[in-house]
Each structure stands twice: as structure tokens, then as C-alpha cells.
Design a protein around this ligand. Structure first.
Ligand code: NDP
Ligand code: OXD
Length: 306
């Protein structure tokens, strides 16, 4: 069995060594132009030339949860596209989102600003019932985040494409229930995949439907958000704050308004990192299962886009 590996933004050698240990029967090589035909490609944002030169791949193993960039490429049509499901990312996402929700609920963002100005002032405690958290996307990550947020007893709402039942959560589904979901949400968390249906889903109209003084937490993809609409709603006071981990252009360009906006907190696409050991174990396990002809989790539906 031959496996080619191609990933940007990571050191290649430790990944190759880990795959060679996990799959001793396989020949695992970093992809180079002209490489011999392989059975599997393990990739994160690879060059198009890899797929053009590897028409016989059985499967493409994406080293992340989101496959939006991969689905924009020309890939061999028979190759199954497989994404990471959880692989240690769900708990990281739960930590990140809980931290942001609690920071807003306890007004730590306001205390941080006060302290920076040498001001000692108390704020009236908020009522949890007035702080419903609404999660868009109830998949692997959204459900784990919901479970974690539930421990802090915030009212929970969730929205997905098809109807879901999540204990302790009021669930909404589809375009027809979207506005109702938004209208009762005070903290909007985006954990949707980026697809033609979800591109620009957070815009002036939809964010304008949230409860007054709402917050936005985007940990999915930058293109879910119309950035200038968010700034307008923060500036006119409808929105009280935003925590953004992902952006239309990454790294965030110098001079972008988010860098200095007093109501925006940014992080460099780090809310849930791909972890090497967990990912190698998961991908190797799936390759072996595919070789045995067994079903695996995380197979992407190319038509659905996730
Ligand atoms: P899943 O595929 O497991 O879940 C996707 C969820 O979104 C499902 O509940 C699905 O609905 C819902 N959904 C999809 N399309 C729509 C739509 N048009 N309307 C309403 N709901 C929709 O994905 P994951 O939870 O694993 O990951 C989510 C995203 O998080 C990834 O695609 C990636 O972009 C992002 N991510 C970001 C990271 C970061 O570091 N910032 C790290 C990892 C992931 P249904 O249940 O009906 O199928
Ligand atoms: C992912 C990511 O999709 O890191 O896994 O953004």
C-alpha cells in the first residue's frame, strides 16, 4: 500500500514517522511531483498537481474537520474524501467556546477594559435565563460544545440542516426555523461547515435578528461572516461583542478593522488544532478499515458539501 502525504503549515517529518509506525506495511512518502501512483493521500491544503498526477487514489484523508478548501479542488471522482471527526478537536472547541461564553456572561471583557483604565467598578450580576446560547451546527463539534456549555446552565438552542434531538437543548432545523432560532439567541456560536448554503450566513439581516446586546463567536470559517456587517452592528450597539477565530483572509491582513476594534477579540485560527497522535491514529485506523472493506465515520458527501 502506498500513501502520499502533503500538508502546509506543519513539519512533515514527524507526521511521516508517525504514519510509518502506525502503518508498517505501507510505503509512506511526502508527495513530490512525479511520485509513483499511491492508494491514499493524506493532505491539508495540497497543491492541485498532486490530484492531477494521482488519478487512482482510493481515498483522500483530510487532516482537518472542514473540507471546504478540498472540495474546491479537482479531485479524482472515485476517491472517497474522509475528514477528521473529533480526533481531540471537540474538547478543545468546548474549552474555547465555554471560555468565550463565560467571559461575556461575567462581563470580563468590560472589567478588562475598566482595569486597563485604572477603574474599580462593579457591574450588576446578569441573569442566566437572559443569556441563551445558540449553536449553529450540531455535528461532532457542535454537540460536544453544547454538552460543555450545558454544565453552566445557560439556556441552549441549536440549529442544524436536518432535525436533531439534543438533550437539554431546544432544537431548530432548516431555513424555515432559522429566524425563530436567531430571535431567542443572545450568544451565537457558529460551528457550521462552509458550503454554498452557509457562506455569508452571518450578515446584517441575520445578526440583526439576534436579541439586543448579543455576542457572536465564530469558530468555523471566516466566510460564514460578512465582516463589514458585523462591524456595523457592533458600532450601532445592537451587538455587544464578537470573538473570532477564523477570517476571510488568514492571516488577518495588517490594518484590518478587527485588529483594533474594542468589541472584537481575535485568535489566529487556533480554537481546535489538529493533534498529530490522535489524527494519525484515526487516519491509520480508517485506512485499515477501508482496506478491509469496512464502513468508516467521517466520509464526506460531495453533493452536500460536508
Ligand atoms: P459536522 O459535519 O460534524 O457537523 C456539521 C453540522 O452543521 C451538522 O449539524 C449539519 O446539519 C450542520 N449544517 C450543515 N449545513 C447546514 C445548513 N445549510 N443549515 C443548517 N445546518 C447545517 O462538522 P464538525 O462539527 O466536525 O465541524 C464543523 C466545522 O467546524 C468544520 O466544517 C470546520 O469548518 C470548523 N472547524 C474549525 C476549526 C477551528 O480551529 N476554527 C477546527 C475544526 C473545525 P445536519 O446535522 O443536519 O447534518
Ligand atoms: C479544521 C480546521 O477544519 O482546523 O480542522 O479548521
Amino acid at each position: 500500500m502506498r500513501i502520499v502525504f502533503s500538508a502546509t503549515q506543519t513539519k512533515v517529518q514527524p507526521w511521516l514517522e508517525a504514519f510509518r509506525v502506525a502503518l508498517p506495511q505501507a510505503q509512506v512518502q511526502e508527495w513530490q511531483p512525479g511520485a509513483a501512483p499511491a492508494d491514499y493521500a493524506v493532505v491539508w491544503r495540497p497543491p492541485q498537481q498532486l490530484f492531477d498526477e494521482q488519478p487512482r487514489l482510493k481515498a483522500i484523508m483530510n487532516m482537518g474537520a472542514g473540507v471546504d478548501a478540498l472540495l474546491e479542488m479537482r479531485t479524482p471522482p472515485q476517491a472517497v474524501i474522509v475528514r477528521i471527526d473529533d480526533g481531540g478537536m471537540a474538547v478543545q472547541m468546548a474549552e474555547f467556546v465555554c471560555h468565550a461564553v463565560i467571559r461575556y456572561f461575567r462581563e470580563l471583557d468590560v472589567y478588562e477594559r475598566d482595569v486597563a483604565q485604572g477603574t474599580w467598578s462593579f457591574r450588576k450580576p446578569r441573569r442566566r435565563e437572559e443569556f441563551p446560547v445558540g449553536i449553529m451546527g450540531l455535528g461532532v463539534l457542535g454537540q460536544r460544545v453544547a454538552e460543555a456549555v450545558a454544565h453552566f446552565e445557560f439556556p441552549l438552542r441549536g440549529w442544524s440542516r436536518t432535525p436533531r434531538q439534543v438533550p437539554g437543548m431546544r432544537c431548530f432545523a432548516g431555513a424555515e426555523q432559522f429566524d425563530e432560532f436567531l430571535a431567542g439567541t443572545r450568544v451565537l456560536v457558529c460551528l457550521l461547515p462552509l458550503t454554498p448554503e452557509t457562506e455569508g450566513i452571518m450578515n446584517r439581516r441575520t445578526l440583526g435578528r439576534l436579541m439586543p446586546q448579543s455576542y457572536v463567536i465564530n469558530v468555523a470559517r471566516g466566510a460564514h461572516l460578512v465582516e463589514e456587517d458585523l462591524v456595523a452592528l457592533l458600532d450601532d450597539g445592537h451587538l455587544a461583542g464578537a470573538t473570532l477565530d477564523v477570517f476571510r483572509t488568514e492571516p488577518l491582513p495588517e490594518g484590518h478593522p478587527f485588529w483594533k476594534h474594542p468589541k472584537v477579540t481575535i485568535t489566529p485560527h487556533t480554537s481546535a488544532r489538529t493533534l498529530r497522535d490522535e489524527s494519525v491514529a484515526q487516519i491509520a485506523g480508517k485506512i485499515l478499515a477501508l482496506e478491509r472493506g469496512e464502513p468508516i465515520a467521517g466520509v464526506v458527501d460531495r453533493n452536500r458539501g460536508y
